[in-house]
Design a protein around this ligand. Structure first.
Ligand code: CA
Ligand code: CA
Length: 292
């Protein structure tokens, strides 16, 4: 079962520290990865300021145990706006399964030991994730909530806000913008095909189009289908998948039978549902298919 989709996670101000919520913030927590726990868990941090932060001597962990961290190469300095991904040592000697996802701009960081925290980040009870600086001062701490499907992380909707949601993408978003990032929510659903004219055979036209959408909700369940002008559904692009407030799907010009459609104007329809609130939003956009 899913946890409630919108869950405010209270940043725990630890008594002795009093400076939780510093420039470097915890932005994403993968506590229940697919596959091996020791090498699959990660904590994403982000430098929300404009200046470099030297993290030499910093530690990461939970309320029961913390481990020193070190950059995989070079100094442990997080530039303004830069993401850092913290894994246990086990990741770097193991599968490194996230490497293809992580952009080169992110700082790879290792926490000493086989697990993050005392014995890893529990999948069955909420834990508090803590990062401390070289003086032991808490720079940020967050208590995650359980109930995600395996492979979905907890993501902050904005690094400066303490609102967390389950990620919309399997394996989370290590080193890049969270899938539930709020940004500037539009007032209504929007849909746009780029390009809005396609052809499988007309020189100069693309055979596929990118259907770009935005929704006035943070995390929705969406359906997107392609209709003829007579209202017949000829292609289901997704019949229900989680998404953040924006994204895109590609239409290759084919119907559900895999055959490129005939010339004409088609309507792409998107419907979004935010289960936590029951809020719905929908939008349409046309795509013209040419035949020379
Ligand atoms: Ca775990
Ligand atoms: Ca992320």
């Amino acid at each position: 079962m899913h946890a409630p989709w919108i869950r405010a996670v209270i940043c725990t101000a630890l008594a002795a520290a009093g400076s939780a919520g510093g420039q470097v913030r915890i932005n994403e927590i993968m506590f229940d990865p697919l596959g091996d726990e020791g090498s699959g868990e990660f904590i994403e941090i982000i430098n929300t300021g404009d200046t470099d932060v030297d993290m030499s001597g910093w530690c990461v962990g939970d309320s029961e145990g913390r481990h020193r961290i070190a950059a995989i190469s070079g100094p442990l300095v997080l530039a303004g706006g830069q993401y850092g991904i913290i894994f246990s040592d086990a990741y770097f000697s193991g599968s490194r399964a996230y490497d293809a996802l992580i952009p080169a701009t992110a700082l790879l960081i290792a926490a000493e030991g086989t697990y993050l925290g005392s014995r890893g980040l529990s999948n069955s009870r909420p834990e508090t994730v803590i990062i401390t600086d070289s003086r032991g001062t808490v720079q940020d701490s967050c208590r995650y909530s359980i109930g995600n499907d395996p492979g979905l992380s907890d993501e902050r909707v904005d690094p400066r806000r303490d609102i967390w949601l389950d990620s919309c993408t399997l394996h989370g978003t290590p080193g890049f913008l969270n899938s539930v990032h709020a940004g500037e929510l539009p007032g209504r659903a929007r849909l746009k095909a780029v390009p809005n004219c396609i052809s499988s055979s007309f020189s100069g036209l693309s055979a596929v189009t990118d259907i770009r959408y935005s929704l006035p909700m943070l995390r929705s369940y969406i359906m997107m289908r392609v209709f003829t002008l007579q209202g017949r559904c000829i292609r289901t692009l997704t019949s229900g998948s989680y998404t953040g407030s924006s994204g895109s799907l590609e239409w290759d010009g084919c119907g559900d039978d895999g055959v490129y459609v005939s010339a004409g104007i088609y309507l792409v329809q998107m419907e979004g549902l935010e289960s936590s609130s029951g809020k719905r939003a929908a939008a349409l956009c046309p795509v013209t298919v040419f035949t020379p």
